[in-house]
Every structure is written in structure tokens, then in C-alpha cells.
Design a binder for this molecule. Sequence first.
Ligand code: DX5
Ligand code: ZN
Length: 216
Amino acid sequence: MPDRIVAPSLLAADHGDFAAGVRLVEESGAPWLHLDIMDGHFVPNISFGPQVVADLRPRTRLHFDVHLMLSRPDRYVDAFVKAGADRITVHVEAQHDVGATLKVIRAAGLPAGLALNPDCDPSRALPYLDRADLVLCMTVFPGFGGQSFMPSVLESVRTLAEERKRTGLAFRIEVDGGVNLKTGALCREAGADTFVTGTAFYKAADRRAFVRRLTD
Ligand code: DX5
Ligand code: ZN
């Protein structure tokens, strides 16, 4: 199983001062920064775009984990590659040739991720596992931070972890939505290794301890 990684989500930071939000992640010792990109169509909210990612790029060496919640992610992969993404995740439910988009991401030299909404049967990921470096199991319906974790998704995490073991593939299993110390531990038991956390991270009194406790 890959090392455990915490990816704090900038969505829960102060959108008037993203640079400060990034500094809090750096100070916490978390190696990744999760960037939630929303188009107001695939999800009922709009967040921020490639220019924000590009402007943050020179400020930090954090690994930019870009999560595209877009109806047509294939149209924007290039913009986020140019903006400085270190990996890009797209949804299986979006309107695109999923296998082709994953291939384009990899051809750009980046690891590719495949995201599933909470009500998505994990079997929908199976045809793409050989082209994915990460599978993102949404543990809330995407769109907003601060929602409650959906324990029903743990079953999908288990299924994917079993599939990973069975096939010997090395994709990461990431969870995203309502992840805190308690729900993060459940995800870990189910086989997740990568933990997106927005609200709980930014609200934590001791973020360094929070990150450490999620991973060790
Ligand atoms: C949900 C986003 C998540 C979210 C996580 O639409 O994809 O990344 O920001 O935030 P919390 O931890 O607040 O649920
Ligand atoms: Zn996300």
C-alpha cells in the first residue's frame, strides 16, 4: 500500500487570501495541496480557475492535487497542466471519453486520477484502473465543503482496495469530503491512503498534530 498522504483542500481557506491558506498547509507538514475546481454545472457551485493555480505555483513546492469538478474536464486539462498542476483527477460521471482524458493527463507527464461520486458503483472505475494513478472516492456529494461524511462510501473504498490487491496495481485511494480524525480513521481501515480534508484541517487548533494523526 502507498504511504499515507494528507491533502488539505484550499476550498476551506479564506478565498480572499489564498496565499495565507497555502502557508497554513506548508506549516502543517502536509505534502499535498488539494485544489477543488468547480464549474457551476457539474456541481452547484463555482470555486476558482487555472489563474489562481498558476499564481500560487511560484509560492510553494506543495504537490498540487487538482480535482476537476467540471462537466467537460477534457477541455481544461491543458490549462491546468500549464498552470502547474502536479496531478489531475477527473470524474467518471462527467461528459467525456474517460479513458482518453486519463491518457491525455498521463501524456502530459502527470499522474491521472479518476473520481467517483458517493452513489457511483465502484465497478464503473474498473475498466480504467490500468490508466489511473489514483481513484478518488467522494465521501460527500461534491460542491461544498463542510458536509457530513457518508459512511456508505466505505464499502466502495474496500472494494477498490481489494481490487488493487488482486490486480497488483498501484493506484492510490483518496477520500474527499467530511474527513476528520474520526472519519479518516474509518477510511484508513477500509484501505484509503490519501486524505483530503478542508474544514477539519483549517479549523484544527494544532494542524501539524492533525496531519500527523491522520497518517500515523
Ligand atoms: C467537495 C470538495 C472537497 C471539500 C472537502 O466538493 O471536493 O474537497 O472541499 O472539504 P471538507 O473537508 O470541508 O468536506
Ligand atoms: Zn476535492
